[in-house]
Design a protein around this ligand. Structure first.
Ligand SMILES: *Cc1c(COP(=O)(O)O)cnc(C)c1O
Length: 375
């Protein structure tokens, strides 16, 4: 269908705002790793209130290189309810993924269960701020310190999220943000490694350039994951949009909420507490098929036939993906919440430019789908 309401649409600066900068770099010939990338890094570091930001060519490579720069060994604990990249980064570093279940309300990792999974081989925890909802940062910090583990945040969804009225920049040894098109700030492709640790930041800067220094001596197994100036320009200009974009999404969610919560068997992701601002990288409802009268998949196909796009984040979860089939048996029966949410969440359209009538039309379509089913 051509007039499909999408689940998201990137919000970009206008071409006019960027035109002179694009012209400048093309004419100067300095098209990668130059002043716009540096400006972008400074902007993000200031926004997050941290010392260092290292821009890279994707969030995935940001995770791969951050883990590499930390020089981890053995096992790393991470959720199964996440995007493939979180687990891939562990495997690409030759580390062993240990999967932990999540909380049913917040969709974030269950810290009690993380603690139970720690062994003498564990070197790190990767927590994801799921869909922009901050993980339990205080308890994770305490646990990581007590057990002497590195704490990494896959913050792909969380550039623009707040906890206690502030960004998430201060948490963990390192955070990695993604700038791919479904994320709140996008440069087309890109990622950001963020840390207050001087030594780690230096290692990440080396790592994004193969690990080589200015004398061409190589210090660690890096990769080429530099960011081009074209991406840097998009990044700098997009930082002007971030707070408005998140505020618009939060307002749309508050419009959605009472309408969706009217339906029996429908609930929304619960934010950690009332001080949270979530980017709602994805806006999900959880459907209890018995109470609602129809299941997630059936609702998705009715909405699709009515021109409303949906997604099923994250289905399948890591341990049910083909490439990770060795994990399926290893973690059988230990991830019930992950499996439940993977089977019952539906991602609805939400993006800053979305209109209130569009929200209304989604709610209306859900009501009608249900009436047809129940009748
Ligand atoms: C998008 C995403 C990534 C990877 O980011 P890319 O920039 O697409 O490589 C990593 N983790 C999560 C949870 C993501 O959603």
């Amino acid at each position: 269908m051509t007039n499909m309401l999408p689940i998201m649409r990137p919000w970009l600066p206008t071409f006019a705002e960027m035109e002179s900068s694009f012209r400048e770099i093309v004419e100067s010939g300095l098209i990668t790793n130059g002043k716009y990338v540096e400006q972008f890094e400074r902007r993000v570091a200031d926004y997050l209130g941290v010392k260092h930001c290292v821009a890279v060519s994707s969030g995935t490579l940001g995770l791969v290189l951050a883990l590499r720069a930390l020089d981890l060994q053995g096992e790393v604990i991470l959720p199964s309810f996440t995007f493939t990249a979180t687990a891939h980064a562990v495997v690409w570093n030759g580390l062993v993924p240990i999967l932990v279940d999540i909380e049913p309300d917040t969709f974030n990792i269950n810290v009690d269960q993380v603690e139970k999974l720690i062994t003498s081989n564990t070197s790190a925890i990767i927590a994801v701020h799921m869909f922009g909802n901050p993980a339990d940062v205080d308890r994770l910090a305490e646990l990581a310190q007590k057990r002497n583990l590195r704490l990494i945040y896959d913050a792909a969804h969380a550039l623009g999220s707040w906890y206690r009225g502030r960004t998430l920049g201060e948490y963990g040894d390192v955070q990695v943000y993604s700038l791919s098109p479904t994320k709140i700030v996008t440069t087309g492709e890109g990622g950001l490694i963020v840390t207050n640790n001087d030594i780690l930041a230096n290692r990440c800067r080396l790592a994004r350039n193969q690990g080589v220094d200015t004398e061409y001596d190589c210090h660690l197994f890096g990769l080429n994951s530099r960011m081009s100036e074209f991406h840097g320009i998009l990044g700098v200009k997009s930082m002007d949009l971030i707070d408005v974009a998140v505020a618009k999404k939060m307002a749309l969610v508050e419009y959605y909420r009472p309408r969706l919560e009217e339906f029996p068997g429908v609930r929304l992701q619960k934010l950690a507490d009332s001080t949270v601002r979530s980017t709602y990288k994805d806006f999900n409802i959880v459907i209890d098929a018995d109470k609602f009268g129809m299941g997630r998949n059936a609702l998705a196909s009715v909405l699709g036939s009515r021109g409303i796009a949906t997604k099923k984040y994250y289905s399948p979860p890591i341990h049910l993906q083909n490439v990770y089939r060795n994990l399926k048996e290893k973690f059988a029966d230990t991830l019930p919440i992950t499996e439940y949410l993977s089977a019952n969440t539906l991602t609805l359209p939400l993006f800053p430019q979305m209109t209130y009538p569009e929200v209304e039309s989604v709610c209306q379509a859900i009501a009608e789908a249900r009436e047809q089913q129940v009748r």
